[in-house]
Design a protein around this ligand. Structure first.
Ligand SMILES: NC(=O)c1ccc[n+]([C@@H]2O[C@H](COP(=O)([O-])OP(=O)(O)OC[C@H]3O[C@@H](n4cnc5c(N)ncnc54)[C@H](O)[C@@H]3O)[C@@H](O)[C@H]2O)c1
Length: 363
């Protein structure tokens, strides 16, 4: 790889320009070319960033001066395009979800191993300071035995949103609705903090939209492998659109992330006191733990702590470092697979009316 990582972006719709800005803001990355089957979109993004443009992904993949490719096309085309990029010798950043079916995701994982390239799957909220704080606390046992985890995404998407692209709201290319497209971020955080999900029972509904095939509302009850219980509530039918909230609870502490910010945190002190009868709410330590995290992060990130808030950029920086250090990115294809597996199990449970155990070979 050259001194700087040279990027290409395939797909210049809503999220492609976001990748372009994230890449352009990194000093050791450069945007070399973009591609879109709708040429005006590629031309426009290229002119904004002073790079080349192509009408076809294969022309971009054929370039020797591209080290890494961001895959920003509709979700059901992710794995096939990512595999083509790996086979062309590129490292790959894939937008979420990594794909909408497990079969193509497993093929991507196999291609990544075979080509010995790196794959990062965008789950930018894992890089939010609040997510990092709660993940560290949950994994280091500060909340004691984990008992309950909840993910709630109470959003609104208008009918115009679904009508804005033919792929939106289709099983084939969107892979699902409120869960596969929108709630996947919070679901990924839930499983990252609580650990693997063992069993799921769920209902889904299409309640406030038309001309789409998929759910706009879903509820699920979960049992995690560690015995903890959980719930997932995801909707794009809660007008006018409220918050995305994640809660993690244990017998010695709890945390709430609301709208990407840590709104509540309490961990019992070493001396005990955490199990006092009716220790209602305890003291909210959120400000204190965030301050200490920001201080530590500023000390290690050095140059520019303000970049910490830019989650997409942080994830692409992690990807570049992973290539340099020959390690896996924080969210590789196997990590990206976990949220998709949970969502597909929710769909299966809703369809069959039965609980679904995970890891039973769904494709
Ligand atoms: N991480 C996030 O927060 C976030 C936010 C929005 C979208 N996304 C993800 O990004 C992906 C794209 O979503 P979007 O909202 O940008 O969609 P979009 O429809 O706005 O853009 C997709 C673009 O890809 C182009 N395209 C389709 N197939 C192509 C191909 N084979 N070669 C070249 N170009 C092709 C389309 O012409 C279109 O311009 C989805 O998977 C979505 O889930 C992620």
């Amino acid at each position: 790889m050259a001194e700087e990582m040279r990027f290409g972006i395939v797909g210049c719709g809503v999220i492609g320009p976001h990748h372009a800005r994230a890449i352009s803001g990194l000093e050791d990355a450069r945007l070399v070319a973009v591609a879109d089957v709708v040429p005006e979109r590629a031309r426009k993004l290229a002119s904004e960033h002073g790079c080349d443009w192509h009408e076809s992904a294969s022309d971009l993949l054929a370039r020797a001066d591209v080290d890494a490719v961001s895959v920003c096309v509709p979700s059901g085309e992710h794995a096939s395009l990512a595999i083509a990029a790996l086979e062309a010798g590129k490292h790959v950043v894939v937008e979420k979800p990594v794909d909408v079916r497990l079969g193509p995701i497993d093929e991507l994982i196999e291609a990544q191993r075979r080509t010995r390239r790196k794959v990062a799957v965008i789950s930018q909220h894992r890089f939010d300071p609040a997510s990092q704080v709660v993940h560290d606390a949950a994994c280091s046992g500060r909340f004691g035995r984990l008992t309950l985890g909840t993910a709630e995404v109470l959003w609104w998407r208008s009918q115009e949103y679904y009508d804005s692209g033919e792929w939106r709201g289709t099983w084939e290319l969107d892979g699902g609705g409120a869960l596969m497209n929108q709630s996947i971020h919070t679901i990924d955080l839930l499983q990252w903090m609580m650990g693997p999900v063992e069993e799921i029972a769920a209902y889904t509904g299409l309640l406030a939209h038309e001309r789409i095939e998929v759910e706009d509302t879903a509820v699920a009850a979960l049992r995690f492998a560690n015995g903890a219980l959980g719930t997932i509530v995801g909707t794009t039918a809660a007008y006018p659109g409220l918050t995305a909230r994640l809660t993690v609870h244990g017998d010695r502490g709890s945390a709430i992330i609301d709208g990407d910010r840590l709104s509540y945190f309490h961990a019992a002190s070493e001396e005990g006191g955490g199990r006092a009868y009716g220790a209602a709410g305890g003291g909210n330590q959120a400000e204190e733990v965030m301050r200490s995290f920001e201080e530590q992060a500023a000390a290690t990130a050095g140059a520019d702590p303000s970049q910490l808030s830019m989650a997409h950029r942080s994830q692409i920086r992690d990807f570049i470092e992973a290539v340099r250090e020959d390690r896996e990115p924080l969210v590789d294809a196997e990590e990206g697979r976990k949220g998709v597996e949970i969502i597909l199990a929710i769909y299966e449970s809703a369809r069959t009316g039965r609980p679904v155990r995970l890891g039973q070979g769904q494709k």
